[in-house]
Design a protein around this ligand. Structure first.
Ligand code: GUN
Length: 281
């Protein structure tokens, strides 16, 4: 039977450590504050934003909330980001994605001061990650490294296959695994002989966005399975990109959905907020 990697418990452990750090900073007169911007009222985004603000409250840092109407223009959003870039009482700026179609996400991400880019999406943050320099790291992949380390799963020398090549998860994930001395393969929707490729993995990280796509035929016996997907199945129940019931009996460890990778993303965002104090000094 596989070990179930408990992201909820591990994220709570991290949040308690961060709570301590926030208190230490506060004792030195440094109040950390995150500005969260949401444009429009995408219901999934509203849930994420609420949870991010709750996380700030839990560890004892401030959050400023900007809930802007769907019709907000790109210029108005850029003006708000400029204002927040200049405010010394704001340490982190997060613009919840996706943005409405009339706003260009790349332009908005680039407008955030890289020293306040707690999502780690700015090209400067991504570049710094690639060449091993200091900077913010995208929260979901950083959270997965923590999940593995805190579950006692070693990465060094392992065959890691990342399924998915998004800017937010797949690409930074592969760089982080490389940094941990893994042998890394990035597979994607156009990969030939996908089952053969994923079956090589000691650690398989799935971020492909297809409900329950990964069945036991894709998995090597004893592999560690990290499921980044959040989907709804035919009964409207949350499920990952991995068919948990099918894969669990053949792997050595697996993350559930919900309660696996998801809670780690928020813990790493809070980690980045605390870290921002160092990057800004
Ligand atoms: N939308 C989905 N995931 C994320 C995230 O990690 N950060 C932001 N800003 N938007 C998202």
């Amino acid at each position: 039977m596989a070990a179930i990697i408990d992201g909820k418990a591990i994220s709570l452990q991290m949040k308690d450590e961060l709570k301590q750090k926030a208190a230490e900073l506060l004792a030195k007169g440094m109040k950390v504050t995150l500005a969260v911007i949401q444009v429009g009222d995408n219901p999934a985004s509203s849930v994420y934003v609420k949870n991010k603000k709750k996380g700030c409250e839990y560890i004892g840092i401030g959050s400023l909330s900007y809930e802007l109407p769907e019709e907000t223009t790109q210029e108005e959003l850029l003006a708000l980001i400029q204002e927040l870039n200049g405010r010394t009482d704001v340490n982190g700026i997060l613009v919840q994605l996706p943005l409405p179609a009339h706003i260009d996400e790349d332009t908005v991400i680039k407008a955030i001061d890289p020293r306040k880019d707690v999502d780690g999406f700015h090209p400067q943050s991504v570049g710094a990650l690639c060449i091993g320099q200091k900077g913010f790291v995208s929260c979901t992949p950083a959270g997965i490294i923590q999940l593995l380390k805190r579950s006692g799963i070693s990465i060094e020398g392992k065959e890691c296959v990342v399924l998915g090549r998004s800017n937010i998860v797949g690409k930074p994930m592969s760089i982080l695994l490389l940094r941990e001395n893994a042998t890394v393969t990035i597979a994607h929707s156009r990969t030939r002989n996908l089952k053969e490729v994923t079956s090589r993995a000691d650690i398989l990280i799935v971020a492909i966005g297809k409900p329950k796509m990964i069945t036991k035929e894709y998995v090597k016996e004893g592999a560690v399975i990290i499921d980044v997907g959040i989907n709804r199945d035919e009964n409207n129940k949350l499920c990952g990109d991995v068919d948990f019931e099918d894969v669990e009996p053949v792997c050595s460890a697996i993350t559930p959905v919900p309660g696996g990778v998801g809670p780690m993303t928020i813990a790493m965002l809070l980690h980045n907020c605390i870290e921002s104090v160092d990057l800004q000094s």
